[in-house]
Design a protein around this ligand. Sequence first.
Ligand code: PMP
Length: 352
Amino acid sequence: MKLWEKNIRVIEPYVPGEQPKVQDVIKLNTNENPYPPAPEVEEAKESFNTDMLRLYPDPDASVLTEELAKFYGLNKENFFVGVGSDDVISVAFQTFFNSDKPILFPNITYSFYCVWADMYRIKYECPKLDDNFKIKAEDYYKENGGVIFPNPNAPTGVLESLDFVEDILRHNQDVIVIVDEAYIDFGGKSAIELLDKYENLLVVQTFSKARSMAGMRIGYAIGNPVLINAMNSVKFSVNSYTMNQTSLFIGSKIISNKKYFEDTLAKIINTREITKEKLKAMGFEFPDSKSNFIFATHKKYAAKDIFEYLKTKKIYVRYFNTPGIDNYLRITIGTDEQMDKLFEALEQYMDK
Ligand code: PMP
């Protein structure tokens, strides 16, 4: 080892789902939305003034925070925007998780949490989900340095009620509680309505899933202005210009189109419910999902084998080679046509 190598940070990075380089793949592996973004994106693309690219973007991202504020009936001071909710949560970890006590998040959850905790040298503990993949609220009653969990949880798709979220908040009023609502629009009730009651609550959402804009990289946190100010101080200590001109311009144009957003959601939810029936009929088991994916296992067929077989058929689903969940597949809900191709391939596999 060279002496200088000793100073290189060693970290086990987050592994994102594969983005295949080949075309004509049925991509059900990264929880993207199968439908195009709102039509305003096309219009915004036409009217975007490319001269804007000469200039640094607005470091406050005001056009976006103002539109978000209008949509939610809150103030722009309640919003922090970032490069996807990954960026937002990463800033939140740096801003809020600075205690000597460990932060808490479930043992089966978004695998980025432990990466950020390692990266920022934050201690953490991961209470076990119960046998039905539910979070046990009592595990979060002990002293801690902060709490984060997704609702619905990922990769399980399991939703906790708003009463459950409030119970966690009631028991954790001395630390920041982050509710990661990347998938909330697919059937859950947002914790936004608890913001008035709990000043230590931060809700994080994204344009990547329900709004079909994973490629634009826009995420946001909603919280009281003290929290948002603190996050901005951290952001401005690293990079003032995280939100680029095109994301600001195009992103701000789509928020108000509630109808398109709701119609797309309804289609995905409908396909999800059909998918549950079909998978069940094929012998798959899964916890009930209120997200845009299903976390399924089969008693007879190993998840890894199915995953590899599907790949040969150009159907990509997500497989985690992680103890405890290594016999599960996380299947994103695509269009009805895409799901029919998946069922066809699964039937062929089982008939072999
Ligand atoms: N939270 C959860 C639970 C997720 O599954 C994802 C998607 N990988 C994210 C946050 C981040 O999404 P994005 O950065 O695209 O907003």
